[in-house]
Design a binder for this molecule. Structure first.
Ligand SMILES: [Ca+2]
Ligand SMILES: [Ca+2]
Ligand SMILES: [Ca+2]
Length: 362
């Protein structure tokens, strides 16, 4: 009996720690980086999925989205009203406090289904519309305030923040000055990993979405998916707010519910592996003219000219398959040359912060 209870204790401890992807789920990703890793993940997380539709989410929330972490009262865990270190302003009983896009007049009236990537941008089509991995139960009123704005960090607040401090306002994040919605720190990583899941799973469909909408941070590409500022934001949030038990549990439930997983919860390191080591096809198309490189490069030394080259923080050199070949920090602070490491003849791209130029080695 003693042995049995020890075994059960051990099994439950292991269950908590290792409640992760089934064996082999990520087979084939081992040696991949950049957008080829993203494409492989896209295949994996589309394979064998079940779509239980928009209506199915209500039932899913009754199991997958309960507060077992803060009040631990099995009410709906709502990222727009949960106060992690204190008592929430209101609680929602699973199943009974539901509403649609109407049915509320103020915060605390009811919860509905929040598409972290707005459904209008994909014309409310299936299977996106019912994909549990990026649709969370949230307060109806706050969901309405968030509207279809991108997430971000707010400089100047407009209106009244939600009861847990989620707020709308003007972005102060480098690269974007429009209106954004800022969740509380506790859930920034959760949102980032969900959005990165979205542009990974649906990468083949991305060019058909409404990326011309001013509030849509898509860049129109299949590979990078989002504009660079949004990628920078999501990568930062992925680092600042690491994967929590809440996300692990929800991801395990997602696998039960719709037979796929969010790879960035199982492997948060995939995020940097994909988005910091490659150029998007879009960047290759829009080569910048701000820097001039002496072309072709001779004797293994790249010579650069331009007004702001001293301020360049990060330089990366890619081959034409978007593989990273060499990188350096502030290489032009005191010089206008960069010694190249044994690059063979061919075309390359030098990326300096957000600018890029092509060069040739003869
Ligand atoms: Ca709570
Ligand atoms: Ca609370
Ligand atoms: Ca979190």
């Amino acid at each position: 009996m003693k042995n049995l209870s020890f075994f059960l204790l051990l099994a439950s401890a292991l269950g908590t720690i290792h409640a992760q992807a089934p064996d082999g789920y990520y087979n084939g990703t081992e040696n991949l980086t950049g957008y080829s890793l993203k494409t492989k993940l896209s295949q994996i997380i589309n394979n064998g999925t079940e779509d239980h539709g928009y209506g199915g989410l209500w039932n899913a929330y009754k199991t997958g989205d309960l507060d077992k972490y803060y009040e631990k009262d099995n009410t709906i865990l709502d990222i727009y009203s949960e106060i992690p270190t204190g008592t929430d302003a209101y609680e929602y009983t699973p199943g009974t406090d539901q509403c649609g896009s109407a049915g509320y007049t103020k915060e605390g009236d009811c919860y509905n289904r929040e598409h972290l990537f707005p459904q209008s941008f994909f014309y409310e089509k299936a299977p996106m519309k019912g994909d549990y991995n990026f649709i969370f139960p949230t307060d109806g009123k706050v969901n309405n305030i968030r509207d279809n704005y991108p997430f971000g960090t707010v400089g100047t607040v407009s209106g009244t923040p939600s009861t847990n401090g989620s707020k709308l306002g003007t972005s102060n994040f480098p690269g974007y000055g429009g209106t954004v919605f800022e969740p509380i720190d506790e859930f920034k990583g959760d949102i980032a990993r969900s959005l990165l899941y979205f542009i990974t799973r649906y990468e083949d469909k991305l060019p058909d979405f409404k990326y011309s909408d001013n509030n849509n941070p898509q860049d129109g590409s299949k590979d990078r998916g989002f504009e660079q500022w949004y990628i920078n934001l999501l990568l930062k949030w992925n680092h600042d707010d690491p994967v929590s038990q809440k996300e692990i549990d929800r991801n395990n439930y997602a696998y039960t519910y719709q037979k796929n997983r969010n790879p960035f919860i199982d492997h948060p390191e995939f995020v940097d592996k994909i988005w910091t080591s490659t150029l998007s096809s879009d960047e290759i198309k829009t080569i910048d003219k701000r820097f001039i490189i002496q072309n072709p490069v001779q004797n293994g030394t790249l010579v650069i000219a331009g007004k702001y080259i001293k301020d360049i923080q990060n330089v990366q050199i890619f081959d034409m398959s978007s593989r990273i070949i060499q990188q350096a920090k502030e290489p032009f602070r005191n010089t206008n040359t960069l010694r190249l490491k044994n690059l063979s003849k061919g075309n390359y791209i030098l990326k300096a912060d957000q600018q890029s130029v092509k060069f040739i080695i003869e």
